[in-house]
Write a protein that binds this ligand. Sequence first.
Ligand SMILES: Nc1ncnc2c1ncn2[C@@H]1O[C@H](COP(=O)(O)OP(=O)(O)OP(=O)(O)O)[C@@H](O)[C@H]1O
Length: 241
Amino acid sequence: MLTVENVFLTLGHKQVLRGLNLSFEKGKAYGIIGQNGAGKSSIAYLLMGLERYKPDKGKIIFGGEDITPLSVYERAKRGITLAWQEPARFEGLSIKDFLTLGNRYSHEEAGEYLKLVGLDPERYLNREIDDSLSGGERKRVEMASVLMVKPEVVILDEPDSGIDIGSYEKVVQVVDHLKKNGSIVVVITHNNIMLKSMDYAYLICNGVAYREGAPGDIQEFYEDKCDSCAFVDEGGEIIEA
Ligand SMILES: Nc1ncnc2c1ncn2[C@@H]1O[C@H](COP(=O)(O)OP(=O)(O)OP(=O)(O)O)[C@@H](O)[C@H]1O
């Protein structure tokens, strides 16, 4: 179980999170939606423990332990991982070396994981990680590496962006695979199909979980009320009356 308890977070002069409460259980997938600037990516960095994203107030509890003061490294050791937008850090490595770096997998097994994310191992195992890979291909390589870690908690920040419509299904399959392994999966998404495949959803507005519940209900509320919300500007700021 992972919980965010009454978290307040300030970045620069802006109070980005204002009493945020979230709760995640093992083996379940959670969708996080909200308008631009609502605080979704900040939640991802807060869970990961990035230095600038330490709360002013409130706690993050994981498996009964207060992990609020722990660094990214210490959280990573506990199995909390974020699928970064791109595996740019490993520029220059082949995909097969990137995927087997620091773990016990063979290149053949790495190929099996590539298949799971929809990349043909014959074509991709020996490719270099460089600019010749498209954004969507990089994202899939990153997803394969996340699957191979068998994380306790995985945060996917817009896994559907840069991926064509026919491939959403692949991302959904990856999420299902992670759930079967018992991971907590947190997916930040703007995509209806992705959201509806989740077990539970949170709607973030102006740094709080404004609504939560069944993804279909949250999606409906979002489409009805948020697209034309008179109280929030394009940057997610509440417009004072
Ligand atoms: N370092 C910073 N200093 C000041 N404000 C910041 C800083 N970083 C982020 N913000 C603001 O915090 C708010 C939340 O940002 P965040 O990136 O979490 O939103 P988001 O919901 O992920 O948005 P998007 O959907 O556009 O990616 C935004 O208004 C953003 O401008």
